[in-house]
Design a protein around this ligand. Structure first.
Ligand code: ZN
Length: 165
C-alpha cells in the first residue's frame, strides 16, 4: 500500500543536523505514527513521504525555511520567573537547557532556559531546531487505511500516535 491522503503511516527516523551530529532517533522506541495529508508533519516531509511504501528507506533534507524557521535574536528575553507556567513547582528546579512554558498575551509559549537568576530567567523562545539545516533518514515500517475515528480527529491513534482516549 502506498502513502497517500488518509493513510496512517508508521516510520522510524534518524534526525541529524546536515553533515552534523545526531539530534534524535526513533529506533530505540516504537515507530512514529501519523495520518498523511492532514498537516501532521512538515510540508516538505509529507511531500517526500507521498507514494512510498513499507520497507522504503530514503533521506529528506529540510532547510530552515521548510522546517522551523531562522533563529530570531529578539526571541532571547529576560523575564520574571513568576511569568512561567507552573512557576511555583519549578522553583529551585530551573536549569539552563530546560524547556518551560511562558504565559503571554497570545497564550502559552514554549521556550528554553538559558540562564537562571533569583527573580528572573533568560529564555530563548526560538524553536530548538530553528536555523538548522536538517537531514531525516526515514524508514517506512507500515502503511494502513485510517479508521473513521482517526479521520474525524485528524490524527493517528495507537502506539506512537495520540493516546488521549
Ligand atoms: Zn484522537
Amino acid at each position: 500500500m502506498q502513502i497517500a491522503a488518509d493513510k496512517v503511516v508508521s516510520f522510524h527516523y534518524r534526525l541529524s543536523e546536515t553533515n552534523g551530529e545526531l539530534i534524535e532517533s526513533s529506533h530505540d522506541s516504537d515507530p512514529t505514527l501519523y495520518l498523511h495529508g492532514h498537516k501532521n508533519l512538515l510540508g516538505a516531509m509529507e511531500e517526500a513521504m507521498e507514494g512510498k511504501q513499507a520497507g522504503d528507506k530514503f533521506t529528506v533534507e529540510i532547510s530552515p525555511e521548510q522546517g522551523y524557521g531562522q533563529r530570531k535574536e529578539g526571541a532571547v528575553q529576560r523575564i520574571p520567573i513568576k511569568h512561567l507556567i507552573d512557576h511555583a513547582k519549578l522553583k529551585n528546579k530551573l536549569r539552563p537547557g530546560m524547556k518551560v512554558a511562558v504565559n503571554t498575551e497570545h497564550g502559552p509559549w514554549e521556550a528554553v532556559v538559558l540562564k537562571v537568576g533569583k527573580f528572573n530567567v533568560d529564555i530563548d523562545s526560538n524553536h530548538p531546531l530553528a536555523g538548522k539545516q536538517l537531514t531525516f533518514e526515514i524508514e517506512i515500517v507500515d502503511v494502513r487505511d485510517a479508521t473513521e475515528e482517526e479521520l474525524a480527529h485528524g490524527h493517528a491513534h495507537g502506539v506512537g500516535g495520540h493516546h488521549h482516549h
